[in-house]
Design a protein around this ligand. Structure first.
Ligand SMILES: Cc1cc2nc3c(=O)[nH]c(=O)nc-3n(C[C@H](O)[C@H](O)[C@H](O)COP(=O)(O)OP(=O)(O)OC[C@H]3O[C@@H](n4cnc5c(N)ncnc54)[C@H](O)[C@@H]3O)c2cc1C
Length: 405
């Protein structure tokens, strides 16, 4: 039997790759090796509906176990790939070496820790995998004073869940606005007000300098020296790509595993996709980016499958992302890049509006708050490189759809 296509990782990109390979009629054996003990599951609910109890654990699985058999995919769980030899074309695990015909690295990312005294105390949490989320869910049963470091998507989603359970929640961020790297100032300000209305204490331009407690966290010290009670601390300050394995194998890495538009790495027959892949993106003027989204993991996995099938297709998908916070839906299309002009469409004092980001008169991205229709149109406009005039974007009576005809 021929050597398998080995997939290292068992997350979003891995599952999509299994599907896409078979769809592309690649009949080679496929082996997915995941260090986790669960079959691949959805991560987005881990900071949202899984914590509130709306989504049960059995609904998290992306595909039932039988799916892998039905597609003739071998799965090895609890299996960490420790090294890669790109000349011998092998990977090694605790139980030995395996040869590959193609290797796909979909190793994702891990949460960044805070290098602070007390960071290893009980009650200090990170949030990336199911076990993290289970730990947090169980801690929420008793915790009363919750501190979140990082007003990004995960920090704010969690803050909203905890505030909804009537906990005292304080969120710190070094930036001067929430979700500063991802959304327009207007959208930051709208969400800041919304979280404050829910009772969340948001402290911007501020952070914590120490985590205090005997064996569990009981207080945090702020940068300005205040002490706050705290029995659950979530650190949500971004992620680090899992590129160490590739790096040690001599594969080019730079803030992730460097790939070209076909998701090929610097080693032959070795591909990377998803959160771990640093790729050239046409919606970032061809600049290299590393995206952390379901869209990117899914679409890059398809690009890898097409390359393995000998039907190379470059990665050209419109980036998009969503976040659910305090009962509100935020959807983003495109990449903001160098945007310096922001145009509001709809009623920013109300519940539903969008902000169009422009750079040199060209539409770059759109943030939509409770406006799924704007979001879907934005994906099409950005994908087709169609820029509504600024007056058209600002006028809710102007049918953006007419530009697509
Ligand atoms: C709490 C949370 C909420 C999120 N919410 C959203 C959202 O609302 N919208 C959105 O678009 N995105 C969201 N994301 C991001 C999204 O889940 C990720 O972008 C996506 O999962 C990336 O897929 P991936 O396959 O690249 O990596 P992952 O899904 O992280 O999978 C990587 C897998 O590789 C395994 N692995 C790593 N190294 C090895 C090794 N050496 N050997 C074997 N296995 C290994 C890991 O354990 C993991 O199972 C969220 C993420 C989190 C954590």
């Amino acid at each position: 039997m021929s050597d398998p296509i080995i997939i290292v990782g068992g997350g979003q990109a891995a599952v999509q790759l299994c599907l896409a390979l078979r769809k592309e009629k690649v009949n080679a054996p496929v082996l997915m090796m995941s260090e986790e003990s669960e079959y691949p599951y959805h991560r987005p609910p881990l900071s949202k509906s899984f914590l509130t109890g709306e989504t049960d654990e059995d609904k998290l699985l992306m595909r039932p176990e039988t799916f892998y058999d039905s597609k003739q995919i071998d799965v090895e769980l609890n299996t960490q790939v420790r090294s890669i030899d790109t000349s011998a074309r092998t990977v090694s695990t605790a139980s030995g070496e395996k040869s590959y015909q193609s290797l796909v690295l979909v190793t994702g990312a891990r949460p960044r820790q805070l290098p602070l005294p007390g960071a290893s105390l009980e009650g200090v949490h990170l949030l990336r995998d199911l076990q993290h989320s289970k730990n947090i869910k169980s801690a929420l049963n008793t915790a009363q004073h919750i501190v979140v470091v990082g007003a990004g998507f995960i920090g704010l989603e969690f803050a909203a869940v905890a505030a909804g359970m009537n906990k005292a929640v304080t969120v710190f961020d070094m930036a001067d606005r929430v979700m500063a790297r991802a959304v327009s100032p207007d959208v930051s300000s709208w969400f800041e007000k919304t979280h404050r209305r829910q009772g969340v204490d948001i402290r911007l331009n501020d952070s914590i300098s120490e985590i205090l407690g005997e064996s569990s966290v009981s207080q945090v010290k702020t940068a300005s020296g205040d002490l706050l009670p705290c029995d659950l601390l979530l650190i949500g300050v971004g992620v680090i790509p899992n590129d160490d394995l590739a790096n040690a194998a001599g594969i080019t890495c730079d803030n992730g595993i460097v790939v070209n538009e076909f998701c090929e790495t610097s080693a032959s027959d070795v591909y990377a996709a998803g959160d771990c892949a640093n790729h050239p993106n046409p919606f970032a003027q061809g600049n290299r980016v590393r995206l952390e989204s379901i869209q990117n993991a899914t679409d890059q996995a398809r690009v890898v499958a097409s390359a393995i099938a000998g039907n190379k297709t470059p990665y050209q998908s419109v980036p998009w992302f969503w976040s659910d916070q305090a009962g509100h839906s935020l959807q983003m299309a495109g990449l903001s890049n160098s945007s310096n002009q922001f145009v509001v469409r709809g009623d920013i004092e109300g519940e539903s509006f969008s902000v169009f980001h422009y750079s040199a008169g060209q539409l770059q991205s759109v943030d939509s708050v409770n406006s799924p229709r704007d979001h879907m149109l934005a994906r099409k406009l950005i994908g087709g490189q169609i820029s509504p005039a600024i007056e058209q974007a600002a006028d809710v009576n102007f049918e953006l759809k007419s530009l697509l005809l």
